[in-house]
Design a protein around this ligand. Structure first.
Ligand SMILES: Cc1cc2nc3c(=O)[nH]c(=O)nc-3n(C[C@H](O)[C@H](O)[C@H](O)COP(=O)(O)OP(=O)(O)OC[C@H]3O[C@@H](n4cnc5c(N)ncnc54)[C@H](O)[C@@H]3O)c2cc1C
Length: 361
């Protein structure tokens, strides 16, 4: 994976940012390598691997090309896990196998204009009708929605919040506009409007009223992934900083010889390792089938804060050149900021950790 990422993906990492395009060809390459269904069991076309392997792959991809890494992250977690966990055999063969083998993407549409952290406040409704349901509502930030062939849509029903598989070509479903993001500009994230969309009964995903639980199970795994992506981005920033510090001469010697610069590099290296270990701990617990809610939230919280700080210190280390887009470190900082927001903000991570700390003691 490292060779593929460094040789094939790294040279074009800036391209996806500059052109705001989705790195479809890189996702196809990852499918060729058999990695598109890394968490999905082999009998459904996946690789049948675990959270640890996912974390290792994500770090390597993010250390080379963040656009590819985060698109892949969404494609292997929230695009497949709801089906792995709760899909019927028919749903798995129709929606999971094509996603795990790299032929399609599924998008995950929970957030709404009036409901983000407070996901229980969604207003999208699913009314029962003959043979199925009729969905109405407005979703925002549905990642992969522009390239997806199906969406997992959370909607309110009699029994609470339920999850529905909605085919992208369903009459009444409108995708877009795409959000113009600060960083991670290759990510295809945008609005989804549902106007009287008919969804057949067999497309209810999991039990009615259990949708939020299913969403959170998938989001928990994505928190480990976000931690691993943060580690990869910080590693890329550190590697660039080390190269620059050895090359850049001031006062007649490389700035790498200045103690102040060395302290910056030492802090980054230490905190990257600490974040990686938190990610690995959460991944090991997940793979052992244990409760990893607290550990995943800790990994994401620590790694997301760390990567914001150390991509900024990488800009400072490059001096004025760090502010130049062609140099590439400012892009890493813009990319890094997302992990304190998407998939649960830092405040929401603290809430999840505190809840577990209080409950377990
Ligand atoms: C690039 C991108 C991709 C995304 N992809 C998806 C996706 O694929 N599917 C999807 O459904 N969603 C997606 N999201 C949505 C994302 O998960 C939400 O943006 C996030 O959960 C925060 O919700 P919000 O933006 O509504 O902020 P709000 O919930 O409105 O938060 C506003 C502020 O209040 C703070 N806050 C909230 N609750 C508390 C609290 N209890 N205590 C203290 N402070 C609090 C927050 O930390 C934040 O600072 C994506 C977002 C982005 C930016």
């Amino acid at each position: 994976v490292r060779r593929l990422a460094q040789e094939e993906f790294a040279p074009r990492a800036a391209h996806w940012d500059e052109t705001e395009t989705f790195p479809a060809e890189n996702l196809a390459r990852l499918a060729e390598e058999g990695l598109r269904g890394i968490l999905t069991p082999k009998e459904y076309g996946g690789a049948g691997l675990g959270a640890m392997e996912m974390a290792i792959v994500l770090e390597e991809l993010a250390a080379a090309c963040v656009a590819t890494a985060d698109a892949y992250h969404n494609a292997v977690t929230i695009s497949q896990l709801p089906l792995v966990l709760h899909g019927t055999e028919e749903q798995k063969s129709k929606y999971l196998v094509p996603a795990a083998t790299g032929m399609t993407f599924n998008s995950f549409a929970l957030t709404e204009p009036g409901a983000g952290s407070d996901a229980g406040a969604i207003t999208t409704r699913a009314e029962p009708c003959e043979g199925g349901w009729v969905l109405n509502g407005h979703k925002v930030f549905a990642t992969l929605s522009g390239v997806a062939s199906a969406l997992f849509v959370a909607a309110r029903t009699e029994k609470g919040i339920s999850l529905f598989i909605v085919d992208a070509d369903t009459p009444g479903l409108k995708i877009g506009p795409r959000a113009r993001l600060m960083g991670q500009r290759g990510l295809d994230t945008g609005d989804v409007i549902l106007e009287n969309c008919f969804v057949p009964s067999e497309n209810l995903l999991g039990q009615e009223g259990q949708g939020l639980r299913t969403c959170l199970q998938s989001i928990n795994m994505a928190r480990i992934g976000a931690g691993a992506l943060s580690v990869g981005i910080a590693r890329q920033a550190l590697e660039q900083s080390v190269r620059y510090a050895k090359r850049r001469v001031a006062y007649g010697r490389p700035i790498a010889e200045l103690q102040g610069i060395q302290f910056t590099l030492a802090d980054a290296a230490t905190e990257i390792d600490a974040a990686r270990l938190l990610v690995y701990r959460a991944a090991r617990l997940a793979d052992a089938g244990k409760n990893y809610v607290k550990e995943a939230a800790m990994a994401k919280l620590f790694a997301a804060t760390m990567v914001r700080r150390h991509t900024l210190s990488a800009i400072d280390l490059h001096g004025g050149h760090g502010y130049v887009r062609q140099v590439g470190v400012e892009r890493l900082h813009r990319d890094a900021i997302l992990f304190g927001l998407g998939g649960g903000t830092a405040a929401v991570m603290r809430l999840a950790i505190a809840q577990q700390v209080l409950d377990r003691s």
